[in-house]
Design a protein around this ligand. Sequence first.
Ligand code: ZN
Length: 504
Amino acid sequence: MSYARFTDLMAGINDILCTVNLLAWDTRTQMPPGGADSRGHQVATLTALARAQATGSAMADAIAAAEDACAHLPATDLRRRALARARREIAILSRIPAALIAESAELTSRAHGAWTAARAANDFAAYAPVLERVFALQREMAEAIGYQDHPYDALVGRFEPGMTRARLTALFADLRGALRPLLAQALAAPAPRTDFLSRGYPVPAQKAFAATMAAALGYDFSRGRVDDTAHPFEISFTRNDVRITGRFRESSPSAGFFALWHEAGHAMYEQNIAPDFTRGIFATDLVNLYAVGGSSFGMHESQSRLWENRVGRSRRFWELHYGRLRDAFPEQLADVSAEDFWRAVNRPEPGLIRVEADELTYDFHVFLRAEIEAALIGGDIAVRDLPAIWNDRMREDLGVTVPNDAQGVLQDVHWSHGYVGSFPTYTFGNIMAAQLFDRARQDPAIAAGLQAGDYAPLGRWLTGTVHRHGRSLDPDEILLAATGRGLDPAPYVATLAAKVAELA
Ligand code: ZN
């Protein structure tokens, strides 16, 4: 009975947060520009309401009573885990002063506009004071949350429970050392032909192919839909309404395909959370007041990367499905084989832009941002130094000369949204995807399915191993149970090495 009171309160908060998500989806897909101000107020009102309910005395009493009622259960019981997690996250929320949250929200909306204008004008100096304020507030946030070793620990830990600056610095140093020779090796191989990728591919047929394949991978359209957007994303309003968006351009079809399957991977996570529950705590994220249901940002990204890269960019995938693509574009692809297409969508090419980076260069973009974030939060560098640091690192790691700040330090929206500490989770996701996929394909039924183009066995394994647990397990617990190890870059490095060898 007491436990039901707790879940009732959590479900109410979850309803508010899912409504915030619905407004966010509308903002990014449908809303006319004039709606921005009033929409900002609506979101702020609902977010404050959810925060007040989470940190209020009714919730505190409900948690205490439910803990008493569940005290006789083993510590591994889902109810006790849910209570412990709620208590932990509410404690963090309670430590952040409401004034700091309000100031961050106000700054975020101003910072977004400043960033957009600065990027358009290629004017970092105009954005620098806003960015300084963003990082100053994030430092205050870190102090409010608390940490043992480094203030960045408090921030990255909100996105990736259990992660610290020390841990990720060592991890990234290892990975950088392993990726450098692989990238050099890949770039030494003859370049594949890519001429056909820029031929004109009408967008409706691209969308149809991408959506058909998303359904084949396991995205459930009866509980989802696809819309157009400038920057593709996935968003859920419960496990039974999980939407994705895509962006398709006539001149580069593969980018649209992989972006949609990436988002479908995120969506399948949400659609398969807690299959035994229709409503309840497992879709609630109190940390960010945002109803993302996964174990962590990194674990969520592992699901998108797994379907996008481990499945979608595999040779077998294109052997199986290229015929369907060529049927849709018989003229454009008349002189192109499945092998040509697979090689083209895997070509390594050091570039300026993170979101367009291939698998071998992507993580270098993440290392750079993570190092900058941690150093800024630690007070080791100043915002005004960022362009020089950025450009030096791009030259050193990728051999790329950054022609201007718009294509350099100004390219990402994350910092203007106050998302300090989220960049490293992209690389955690790549690592986890390889760990999980490596383990999954040892199962003969899954391996046979991948060979035959039947993705259901892999989907079922991911649901049982990852999805169903929602937020009730930490990422290390999921990895340990599935693979016998915590976060471990070795399978990722081995996977990329095998890919480089396959492409040689
Ligand atoms: Zn993603």
